[in-house]
Design a protein around this ligand. Structure first.
Ligand SMILES: Cc1cc2nc3c(=O)[nH]c(=O)nc-3n(C[C@H](O)[C@H](O)[C@H](O)COP(=O)(O)OP(=O)(O)OC[C@H]3O[C@@H](n4cnc5c(N)ncnc54)[C@H](O)[C@@H]3O)c2cc1C
Ligand SMILES: NC(=O)c1ccc[n+]([C@@H]2O[C@H](COP(=O)([O-])OP(=O)(O)OC[C@H]3O[C@@H](n4cnc5c(N)ncnc54)[C@H](OP(=O)(O)O)[C@@H]3O)[C@@H](O)[C@H]2O)c1
Length: 446
């Protein structure tokens, strides 16, 4: 239970678990924890309300996973915070089943997340975590929080769960583009006035984000909007590989197998498996082709150009202040300059290294590339002085658990694993068989 101590001028409460960040990962943790007896868990979110990638909230964008990959269903199908319960609550079950498309739109998924958050008193919005310290006297972590109204709070917890997501990555090659001429896809919809002003927009990168922005730009182009160039270093505008037996390599069974491999092999596999995460859905590729085809029947539209296998190596501006990208065509080595008005960096996301962890960084064991060592149960390996207290991570374990770690369809199993660990009992039964394929050699870990 929460208690207050008078040992400090800052109000202090004590909890079993403090979770930092309320994206889908930690919201799912709160949802699963809400039906566990005798567990005091709080989730702290800096933003005043739940938003899910608002700069990429296109009206027709769909989830890449089906509705069963909601906050709870894959470990607790009868849970009151399932997507089906949400549809039932909204009286939308019949329209949903008649629709026969079991991939909710991103807008609907966000609405579901907000519906669930509103039913979870453990979730506290406008609570930014500013520091985490190890407190040897209390044998707990002390979490320092600033609330939206400026109040400072201190929370003690034996276990932490970090679910702070990833951050937009802009490569050094784009550092020469002035800020007013550059946006990351994460901010794209907030920068539409700049798109409308530009005569020529260049998208760099061909993952799902780049492809969705290109769909939007092609629609604008058909309506008389700016010229579009789509450049990517990837050798082709490649699809995500979502074929059935390959998809088994995104299951908990594969994650368990992957975790047991030597780190060097894990790193090789992550690079080899790029088409499981760095590619474009076939629906979006079809849409892009259709829009390009429709352009053939129109006259007088601004130009559109697509180039794959092109790396942007550096950038600067011309005499008029327009961005100029220096690019290399990878098959021939030819270097060329590409002037444009606005650059959209569709160059992905990088792990966050939050400043609030600085006071406990020295307690975290790291591999030879400086990455935290993450155990199979998603807890970090920590120095002995921390005893039995743990820090779990969600969506920060690509290097240890493989390419499915950011995926929504792994979150419920990860959260159930974390809750079983923090309660030292099986509060959720984990699925034992999630793939037909056996990944290990005979006699090895499945
Ligand atoms: C546009 C887009 C669409 C995606 N669609 C899919 C999909 O369809 N299927 C799929 O499987 N994956 C998808 N992904 C990948 C992944 O599922 C999402 O990125 C997902 O949001 C990750 O959830 P998260 O909880 O780890 O992080 P986030 O959603 O990023 O949430 C992290 C939260 O932590 C908060 N925070 C950070 N620092 C602090 C602090 N100091 N104090 C308090 N709070 C803090 C942030 O404000 C944020 O709300 C998508 C990714 C993108 C970019
Ligand atoms: N609908 C959805 O569900 C949805 C929508 C958006 C995103 N997502 C998910 O979010 C994650 C991130 O996707 P993302 O599209 O933002 O990023 P991403 O998949 O990491 O793609 C980044 C792209 O940028 C390219 N790139 C990087 N630096 C470059 C340079 N200097 N020059 C040229 N190209 C460069 C990369 O090429 P290389 O291949 O050479 O590295 C790659 O094509 C993925 O898991 C994705 O599935 C999902």
């Amino acid at each position: 239970m929460s208690t207050r101590t008078a040992s400090d001028t800052v109000p202090t409460s004590v909890h079993d678990v403090v979770a930092v960040g309320c994206g889908p990962c930690n919201l799912g943790l709160a949802a699963l924890a809400s039906t566990v007896d005798d567990l005091d868990l709080v989730v702290l979110e800096a933003r005043p309300e739940l938003r899910w990638h608002p700069g990429m909230m296109f009206d027709d964008a769909a989830l890449q996973v089906n509705f069963l990959a909601d906050l709870v269903t894959l470990v607790a199908p009868t849970h009151p915070l399932s997507f089906l319960s949400y549809l039932h609550d909204q009286d939308r079950l019949y329209p949903f089943t008649i629709r026969q498309d079991f991939h909710p739109s991103r807008r609907e998924y966000e609405d579901y997340l907000r519906w669930a958050a509103a039913r979870l008193p453990s979730v506290r919005f406008s609570h930014r975590v500013e520091g985490v310290r190890w407190c040897p006297e209390a044998r707990r972590f002390a979490v320092h929080v600033v609330r939206g109204d400026g109040a400072r709070l201190r929370m003690l917890a034996a276990d932490l769960v970090l679910g702070v997501g990833t951050e937009p990555f802009v490569p050094p090659a784009l550092a020469g583009v002035p800020g007013e001429r550059l946006t990351h896809t994460a901010d794209y919809l907030h920068r539409l006035s700049d798109v409308d002003k530009a005569g020529h927009v260049t998208v760099v990168g061909s993952g799902q984000s780049g492809a969705e922005v290109v769909v939007d730009l092609l629609r604008r182009n058909l309506a008389g909007g700016p010229s579009v160039t789509w450049l990517t270093r990837t050798p082709s505008f490649a699809p995500l590989d979502y074929t059935k037996l390959v998809l088994e390599m995104t299951t908990p069974a594969y994650m368990r197998y992957f975790h047991a491999l030597p780190q060097e092999r894990r790193d090789q596999l992550t690079a080899e498996q790029w088409q499981f995460y760095k590619g474009i859905s076939t629906t979006t590729l079809d849409e892009i082709h259709e829009l390009l085809y429709r352009r053939e029947l129109e006259h007088g539209l601004a130009d559109v150009e697509l180039r794959c296998g092109v790396a942007v190596e550096s950038s600067g501006t011309d005499a008029r202040g327009r961005p100029v990208l220096t690019c290399r065509h990878r098959d021939t080595g030819r270097v060329f300059e590409h002037p444009t008005d606005l650059v959209v960096a569709a160059t992905g996301y990088a792990p966050r290294r939050p400043a609030f962890l600085a006071p406990v960084e020295h307690l975290v064991r790291r591999d030879d590339r400086g990455r935290p060592v993450v155990r199979l149960d998603h807890s970090l390996e920590l120095a002995d002085e921390v005893g039995g207290c743990r820090v779990f991570v969600a969506n920060a374990e690509l290097h240890s658990h493989g390419v499915s770690s950011p995926n929504l369809d792994i979150a419920a199993v990860r959260n159930a694993t974390i809750l079983n660990a923090v309660t030292s009992r099986e509060v959720y039964r984990l699925p034992k068989r999630t793939a037909f394929t056996t990944f290990a050699a005979p006699g090895g870990v499945r």
